[in-house]
Design a protein around this ligand. Structure first.
Ligand code: CU
Length: 536
């Protein structure tokens, strides 16, 4: 299109348009083209269509069962597009539009009139099987509901406990894998003791045709599910649902209860809280058995649940994860942010050996720093080093002159990343100004391992926010100030443009070519046509 226009421009302007008008036209077209292509590059050339967050809030729980002897529960089986990770969309099958579905809170001996409504725009039949319902299929035989129909059945909650429910329509594993699950809590006769906070968390796997983090819409992969090789292991249906702005907030001294479910569909969860000890674990969701006391890690089988209680005793961040720990690279991480006074009787530093590190030379730079790093002798080692300690960047805010190579040294026992952007609205990997994970290149998130370091040279002034992909509550800033000296900021501009070019689409290239052709044609017209003025 643009090429055609350019040719048209040449034929119509060849002899009749004055030079000034031609230059104006040239400027206008160029500016338009450039703004078009800049928007495209910095915006979302490859971004997926917008999809809502389907993640169930962990605090969206009824506070107590209804006192009535008979209650009505309505579940709507909705097939809906949603976010599986930043920039990744997935067609979830849900109960009531969220993953997990609602926490159904009952008390023992209560009778439930269960309504299953399958909207007319569904593509298939859905149903419910609750592990807390006695009878054929846990209700599955009474609830198969075609699109545009409703099924109603009743049951009595005979046993107290924390039970998983899920869709029971063939292929059942596929319905579970796509998000159709939730928890049904049947409280014992005397109810549950009061606590300060209750949270509702499920761990499940998603199997997508693309690898972890691959952008855009990702269809379900039956083969990967059959092979039990998930791409995603997530809490509440989305990478990052319970970290960053989704962190679960409590105060020092608060008592916390977790209703934890593992619908699988394949993996067993090794539930662990870093920095916490589970005071009580109601293993297998059994609420009438005495709880397991003082547990570090508890197994939650696929198709199982556990009720876990602990007290937040020190301020900081508690990380809930599956201690089959590589799964945190697949999304299996959640955090509690605990605020309040330190408690030195429980833990206190006596000597902090974290820094400053001696010299930059002793640092093992695992990723080569970018070009332009050579002329950076001005900054001292201490001023251009950020330590990663206790799940935080130290210092969190660092100001350096243009041209400085900043080195992050990971002194934690776990891996982290240094990823430019705001964790609450992360950029596509290819648009990040800097990113230690290499995700834009490999499609996977590589970590700066324990004891390793990573460097980046800042050549453009500005303030850059960054975070850790696996612990998005870790946030830091680098402010790059202009400095007197020979470092030109032009080089950096090119560095950034190199990033942008990764996302150029064919359309961009056509646009670029068009600009080039316009410029060439215009120059030809201006300077190479018969010089009338010369002859005077
Ligand atoms: Cu279903």
């Amino acid at each position: 299109m643009r090429v055609g226009k350019a040719r048209g421009l040449r034929t119509t302007t060849k002899r009749h348009i004055p030079k000034a008008a031609l230059i104006m036209l040239l400027l206008t077209v160029s500016l338009l083209s450039i703004s078009f292509f800049t928007l495209n590059a910095s915006g979302d050339a490859n971004a997926p269509a917008y999809a809502p967050n389907r993640s169930k809030s962990p605090t969206d729980i009824p506070s107590a069962p209804s006192p009535a002897d008979r209650v009505v529960v309505t579940l709507v089986t909705e097939e809906k597009l949603g976010q599986l990770a930043d920039g990744v969309t997935y067609n979830f099958w849900t109960f009531n539009g969220t993953v997990p579905g609602p926490l159904i809170r009952l008390r023992v001996n209560q009778t439930v009139e269960m309504h299953i409504i399958n909207p007319p725009n569904s593509t298939m039949t859905h149903s419910i099987d609750s592990h807390g319902i006695l009878g054929q299929g846990g209700g599955g035989a009474y609830s198969q509901t075609a699109p545009g129909n409703e099924s109603i059945f009743q049951f009595t909650a005979m046993n107290p406990g924390l039970f998983l429910y899920h869709c029971a329509t063939p292929d059942i594993p596929t319905h579970i894998a796509n998000g159709m699950f939730g928890l049904m809590l049947v409280e014992p006769k005397d109810g549950l003791p009061k606590v300060d906070h209750e949270f509702y968390i499920t761990q499940s796997e998603f199997y997508t045709q693309g690898a972890y983090g691959q952008q855009g819409y990702q269809p379900f992969s039956f083969q990967k599910a059959q092979d039990e090789t998930p791409d995603y292991v997530v809490y509440n249906g989305r990478v990052g649902a319970l970290t960053g702005s989704g962190t679960m907030k409590v105060k020092v001294g608060d008592t916390v209860r977790i209703f934890f479910g593992n619908p699988g569909p394949n993996l067993v969860a090794s539930l662990h809280i870093i920095g916490g000890i589970m005071d009580r674990v109601y293993v297998d969701g059994s609420l009438e058995s005495p709880p397991l006391l003082d547990a570090q890690t508890t197994l939650v089988p696929a198709g199982g649940a556990a009720m876990v209680e602990f007290t937040a005793r020190t301020p900081g961040v508690l990380t809930l994860l599956d201690h089959s720990i590589f799964r945190l690279h697949q999304g299996a991480v959640a955090t509690f942010t605990v605020t309040g006074p330190n408690n030195p009787a429980i833990i206190a530093s006596i000597k902090n050996g974290t820094g400053p590190i001696p010299t930059a030379q002793t640092v093992n730079t695992i990723v080569p720093s970018t070009e332009g790093a050579s002329n950076t002798t001005s900054a001292s080692a201490a001023n251009n080093t950020v330590l990663i300690v206790n799940y935080a960047y130290s210092p969190a805010d660092l100001t350096v002159p243009v041209g400085t190579t900043v080195t992050w040294v990971n002194q934690d026992s776990v891996g982290h990343t240094v990823t430019e952007g705001d964790p609450n609205s992360p950029k596509q990997p290819s648009l990040r100004v800097f990113d230690s994970s290499g995700e834009a290149v490999t499609g996977k998130v590589a970590l700066i391992g324990a004891g390793q370091s990573w460097s980046y040279t800042f050549t453009t002034p500005g303030t850059y926010e960054y975070y850790c992909i696996v612990h998005p509550y870790m946030i830091g800033h680098i402010t790059v100030g202009p400095v007197s000296g020979s470092n030109s900021s032009q080089g950096s501009g090119y560095g950034d443009l190199t990033n942008f070019t990764i996302t150029f689409t064919g359309r961009d290239l056509v646009g670029l070519s068009a600009v080039g052709i316009i410029v060439l044609v215009a120059l030809t017209l201006i300077f190479a046509r018969p010089g009338r003025k010369k002859t005077t």
